[in-house]
Write a protein that binds this ligand. Sequence first.
Ligand SMILES: *Cc1c(COP(=O)(O)O)cnc(C)c1O
Length: 391
Amino acid sequence: MQFSEIKARDDQYVLHTYARFPVDIERGKNATLWSTEGKEYIDFTSGIGVSSVGTANPKWVDAVAVQAAKLGHMSNLFYTQPCGALAEVLCRRAGMSAAFFANSGAESNEGLIKLARKWSFDKYGKGRGTILTLKNSFHGRTVTTLSATGQDVFHNYFFPFTDGFRYAEPTMEGISQVSGHDVCAVMLELVQGESGVWPLDQDFVHDLAVLCAERDWLLLVDEVQTGIGRTGTLFCYQQYGILPDAVSFAKGIAGGLPFGGFLVNEKCRDVLGPGTHATTFGGNPVCAAAALATLDILSEEMMGEISDKGNYLRTAIDAMELPCFGPTRGLGLMIGIEVKPGHTNREIAQQLMENGLLVLTAGPAIRLLPPLTITRDEMDKGLAILKQTLA
Ligand SMILES: *Cc1c(COP(=O)(O)O)cnc(C)c1O
């Protein structure tokens, strides 16, 4: 099929909720992708941080195929082995106590919100259900996670939104301005992804964790984007020296299959009892097997490599001193590049695509989320396209 036909059919029958780039992808190998017509692309996106172990990683393909041939689905009313095995690995590596599995980032964050409100209700009763989130955050696209998102542009059209969120500047002063007796929790991303890749200040995060303990607020960390090795540790909070009460994850967890969930500490393990929270597909055995293979590939030993690769890319890009770019920022393989006035990230991304490099935009910045398994050769090819296109 020609690209023009693929595009025309999609335009006719799929809702236009995405501003798609004029590119189709048919197949790939690690961080190299090919269109139906055979054009090659270097992948600095991994979906949006999803294909964390690259495309068609043989270990992942094998795990998915073997599990699909054994048992594709079973209701959560029964036990299946992959679900428990995955929960154990995640808890051990994260220093947490128990897991709930879901299907997407927004759904995982909905779980954090329900957890915090019920935890507080059980202990303090009604009237303490407010959750503080940060300005410029992003927590998802459901009505409640849009409410939780601290950006006015997301609070439109879909009225009425869910009550019970207040938005703070990411400083202790900002937190104190919106705090109150109705608060049960704080929810935050440690590197704000969608708004432009902004790592939070270490001292602020530390002081906030202390305040949460003092006020008996739950500390909820949204690691949907930063989690599962993306920033160079399994979870980003492990670099910030804090231990959250609960942490959500999704995007990269199953290396490309739709999966997510959250982990809780000992204090929160009994909050959501039978009948209080559920989802049909959560803990699906094929997705869980994919996640186990993903975590096996993303071993503890491999975490240091992720930081090295991130530094390699950032050093190379900063050294190019491209006219449209300011400095890079980020952690591990979650990289933001400042775009200088007079240029737009969309137009830059488009030019790079024409020359065979896929990148993402976030807020006003260019965002790079390559597969964590990207090779030196693939990074060099991508960097060469960047330089050629933008110099
Ligand atoms: C992508 C993202 C979400 C939403 O995840 P979906 O799987 O699209 O629902 C939530 N929080 C953060 C930090 C994200 O990056």
